[in-house]
Design a protein around this ligand. Structure first.
Ligand code: NAG
Length: 431
């Protein structure tokens, strides 16, 4: 039986802003009852043509068969074949939600990725770390993702802290460590602290020395510092208050000095991190003031109007617009809200914390972030979007059963999320 158009009434509240209004349990049971009543009543159902269904099913099977071959190729003797397989998986994982398929194969895949991460070339290490981040996002950060993370954490941290390893590999490991730690339900306080410390140790080599002089960056290191700083600021968003206060007073003055870095992307990451830290500081204490705020604003102002002709035109434009926003925020607590459209919904980016989280997913999922916002319960949960809306194309043919399953899974997911929040609360006690 195929439904041509079935839009859940609760979801019609499109452009959910902030947290969904109804409680999660209400939403879930609403979806389930809508589902069963719709499927029983033939009057609202139009049959799809048989051939469409067959086409869809065939396409689905072909995709899965191809993915199975890619997974086999992960253990191929030839490095070139393994790299090609990693690239195919990266594309597949970022462009569609494959929860059922990957849940069944998660251990096999994690195993292969671990081996590539330990033994592969720099390029293979970088690719396998990225695919692992995607796997964590696909599995929803629950127990399944956690199992894999236990296995992958040692080689990820080993590569990240190995200064002789390839920069691209370390960069990818920094990003993956941040993302998997952010979504993992198993993260206890100690693991979070360890990840923060490791990421700090990487980007702190960009900090000024005792005389306040910035070190001359090694070639390529700005990209690594950027990735580590961004992964760190993602994790800072789940840090308990007591810890946050310490981080703010230590890092804000040092980061301020890094605004003079010679690398435009690093300067931008530093500016965004400063804004995020100030936002978190203001959440803890309305009266929060940046130490030496006047000189910070001067510095931001000069970056927001930077006319330095030695810098490329595009770099200057990008830098100016971001530093204008940072300056507005520091001076007036003003944030320019951004609306991200996907499917028939929107998500609103209305704070520096939300922006960091969204950007972190976008860095890994790239253009696939929109599909994941639409169908991946993890992202929907993080952005307060409720269960996925079910629309025409998605419920045709055999996908209906997958979606039905997915909705039930989402009920299980809610339970896990609650568990995870409990873990986070406990974590606050640990630190
Ligand atoms: C697996 O590797 C072989 C040998 O390199 C290649 O011919 C084949 O296309 C690969 N399979 C997939 C699905 O990428």
């Amino acid at each position: 039986m195929s439904l041509h158009f079935w839009l859940l009434s609760l979801g019609a509240k499109n452009g959910v802003k902030g947290e969904a209004a109804a409680s999660d349990d209400e939403l879930t049971s609403d979806v389930l009852s809508h589902y069963s009543s719709a499927s029983e009543s033939t009057s609202v159902v139009e049959e799809g043509t048989g051939s469409e269904q067959v086409d869809e099913q065939t396409a689905q099977e072909e995709t899965e068969d191809k993915l199975k071959l890619c997974i086999d190729n992960l253990t191929d003797k030839s490095a070139k074949t393994r790299l090609a397989a990693l690239e195919s998986l990266r594309q597949a994982f970022s462009s569609r939600v494959l929860y059922d398929f990957l849940t069944e194969r998660r251990l096999t895949i994690s195993d292969c990725l671990e081996r590539s991460l330990r033994k592969g070339s720099g390029e293979e290490k970088a690719a396998s770390a990225t695919v692992f981040a995607l796997l964590c996002i696909q599995l929803g950060g629950g127990d399944e993702a956690e199992e894999g993370f236990k296995m992958l954490r040692p080689p990820l941290t080993a590569t990240l802290s190995d200064s002789s390893a390839s920069i691209a590999a370390r960069q990818s490991c920094a990003r993956t460590l941040g993302m998997c730690c952010y979504v993992s339900s198993a993260e206890d306080g100690e693991d979070l602290i360890k990840s923060l410390a490791l990421l700090e140790s990487v980007f702190m080599s960009s900090y000024p020395n005792g005389e306040g002089v910035l070190p001359t960056p090694k070639p390529g290191s700005a990209g690594l510092h950027t990735a580590a700083l961004q992964a760190w600021s993602l994790l800072v968003t789940i840090c308990p208050t007591s810890r946050l206060t310490v981080l703010l007073s230590h890092h804000l003055p040092k980061l301020q000095a890094c605004l003079q870095s010679s690398d435009v992307n690093y300067r931008i990451a530093v500016g965004e991190t400063i804004a995020l830290l100030v936002e978190l500081g203001r959440e803890i204490d309305e009266e929060f003031e940046v130490e030496d705020g006047e000189s910070l604003c001067e510095c931001l102002k000069s970056l927001a109007t930077d006319g330095n002709k030695h810098r490329a035109k595009n770099d200057r434009r990008k830098q100016r617009s971001i530093f204008r926003e940072v300056l507005h925020y520091i001076e007036n607590e003003d944030f320019t809200e951004e609306k991200i459209r996907f499917g028939v919904e929107n998500v609103y980016i209305d704070s520096w914390v939300r922006r960091r989280i969204y950007d972190a997913f976008k860095e890994i999922l790239e253009s696939g972030v929109r599909d994941h916002l639409q169908f991946n319960q993890l992202l929907r949960d993080i952005f307060g979007l409720g269960p996925p809306l079910i629309l025409d194309a998605a419920v045709k043919g055999n996908k209906i059963s997958r979606f039905e399953k997915h909705l039930f899974n989402s009920a299980a997911f809610k339970a896990r999320t609650k568990q995870r929040n409990k873990v986070r609360d406990k974590r606050a006690d640990v630190m």
